[in-house]
Write a protein that binds this ligand. Structure first.
Ligand SMILES: Cc1cc2nc3c(=O)[nH]c(=O)nc-3n(C[C@H](O)[C@H](O)[C@H](O)COP(=O)(O)OP(=O)(O)OC[C@H]3O[C@@H](n4cnc5c(N)ncnc54)[C@H](O)[C@@H]3O)c2cc1C
Length: 447
């Protein structure tokens, strides 16, 4: 881990001790949800130990750690699959707190951020919809919000909404007319997903008990640790005042980036902590298990698995650290690096845990050890917060567009070959089409 300011390092050590001494002994059996009363009790202990809400500004009751130093603390929290929930820094609450702190009004912060930061309520972020609505492609957003006097009326279906079975409020992403107009104008804008591309979106803060909010069928996913589910949620003509708009109307897609860049990086941090735990389990087993006359840890094939996992963990750690430094700066750079880190970390963490499963044999795939459940916990991370493919699509497009701009600004193309008249004349002699010829061809194209 990188050198930390003394107060952050002290918090990291306190967090590490708290997770190992208090949280790990209270973990439920693999595949069993953490009971709400156990969670409340552990959260009370975390507050007493001064380790609760590390990321939350002190004025809202947290530890006030700056974002560039979150990673070491979040990794300590993630060393237990229940650690982030106990410390109040789990998704989606942590990302929602970040948004509220950044763009919420003072009244919204008082009403939603304060109880959320204190762990008194939970929250959900409602973006994904049943097909053909928003999933990988947010511009397919089908949930709509229309103005009606001073109110907004939200209508649409969402699904996979984490924590919705217990959350106190939702941040709802809805398509809104770019002109901020009337229902008729907004209706005129509706159409296919492609037609809606480029349309504005707005985020709304919606209390769970608002008329028209219906939490529907649960979706059983492979993760098990934290209760709250990922159910369907219907917003059936939900009427909210204009004070429920989070930030400005029409800026929902931009705010989603404000939320998602750090939110996906903090997922990397937490899951990297769990990968470290999996490696420790594998190392302890490899050190003590003897097969064919030698302990596993001294056998080359096992060492290969261990070494690859160490490399994955350290590479992921370095990428997270680099990305965390730019999160508060240039937004385009933050989005770009966090996409890269998300792809690498989500795949690396899965590989590390999978190798740990392999090294621990039958115990690895059973409930005798927690590893197969860890694998289930991290598998969805390759899909939510942008799937690997969605991010690779964006990474590749950004790379191409950066290079196009450079070449358009005069940088010589690097792919230009000498052409047929130069074939066979590469003996280096005075008549050959050597580097000079290639240079002039490049210059020709660049013009
Ligand atoms: C455990 C869990 C928790 C979740 N929590 C929330 C939540 O709290 N709030 C919320 O709003 N949503 C949540 N989601 C939903 C999640 O964000 C979506 O599942 C995700 O965005 C993918 O959307 P989709 O399921 O509709 O898949 P689709 O959009 O149908 O995508 C399917 C697959 O298409 C591929 N693909 C995508 N883009 C490209 C591309 N450019 N090129 C090639 N292939 C591509 C990928 O392999 C992708 O997995 C959660 C999901 C899970 C599993």
């Amino acid at each position: 881990m990188t050198a930390l300011p003394p107060d952050v390092e002290a918090l990291r050590v306190r967090t590490r001790d708290f997770i190992r001494d208090i949280v790990i002994p209270a973990e439920p059996r693999p595949g069993v949800y953490l009971a709400e009363e156990v969670l409340s009790d552990l959260q009370a202990q975390a507050k007493a130990a001064g380790v609760f809400a590390p990321h939350v500004p002190t004025e809202w009751g947290g530890q006030g750690v700056p974002i560039e130093h979150w990673s070491p603390i979040f990794q300590e929290a993630g060393y237990s699959p229940i650690g982030p929930a106990v410390l109040g820094c789990m998704a989606p609450d942590e990302g929602n707190m970040h948004m509220l702190a950044r763009i919420g009004t003072p009244a919204q912060q008082e009403r939603y951020l304060r109880p959320l930061a204190a762990g008194d309520i939970r929250s959900s972020f409602a973006m994904t919809e049943p097909h053909p609505g928003a999933g990988s492609d947010p511009s397919a957003l089908a949930t709509r919000a229309v103005r009606d006097g001073d109110d907004w009326v939200i209508t649409g279906d969402k699904r996979f909404i984490s924590g919705a079975e217990v959350s106190g409020f939702f941040i709802v992403m809805a398509a809104t007319d770019p002109t901020g107009g009337t229902p008729a104008e907004a209706a005129a804008g509706s159409g296919s997903a492609q037609e809606r591309r480029g349309q504005a979106a707005t985020m709304f803060l919606v209390d769970r008990d608002t008329l028209g909010v219906e939490v529907g069928r649960s979706i059983r996913t492979v993760d098990r640790t934290i209760a709250g589910g990922h159910p369907y949620v219907r917003f059936d003509g939900v009427r909210v005042p204009s004070s429920a708009v989070l930030g400005e109307p029409g800026k929902g897609f931009a705010y989603a980036q404000v939320r998602l860049a750090p939110a996906r990086l903090t997922h990397c941090m937490r899951w990297l902590g769990l990968a470290r735990r999996a490696l420790d389990i594998a190392l302890d087993r490899a050190e003590h298990r003897e097969v064919f006359g030698a302990v596993l840890a001294r056998q080359g094939l096992a060492q290969e698995l261990i070494a690859q996992s160490v490399i994955d963990i350290e590479t992921a750690d370095a990428m997270i650290t680099k990305t965390a430094l730019v999160l508060e700066g240039d937004q385009a750079e933050a989005n770009s690096l966090s996409s890269i880190a998300k792809v690498y970390c989500s795949e690396a963490v899965y590989r590390v845990i999978d190798r740990a499963v392999q090294l621990t044999g039958g115990d690895g795939v059973s409930d005798e050890l927690p590893l197969i459940q860890y694998l289930n916990e991290v598998r969805p991370f390759r899909i939510y917060d942008g799937s690997t493919e969605t991010h690779k699509f964006a990474i590749s497009r950004r790379a191409s567009s950066r290079r196009r701009r450079e070449v358009a600004a005069g940088a010589p193309r690097q792919d230009v070959v000498a052409g047929p008249e130069a074939a066979g004349a590469d003996d280096g002699g005075p008549d050959s089409a050597g580097p000079e010829a290639a240079d002039s061809a490049t210059a020709e194209v660049a013009r």
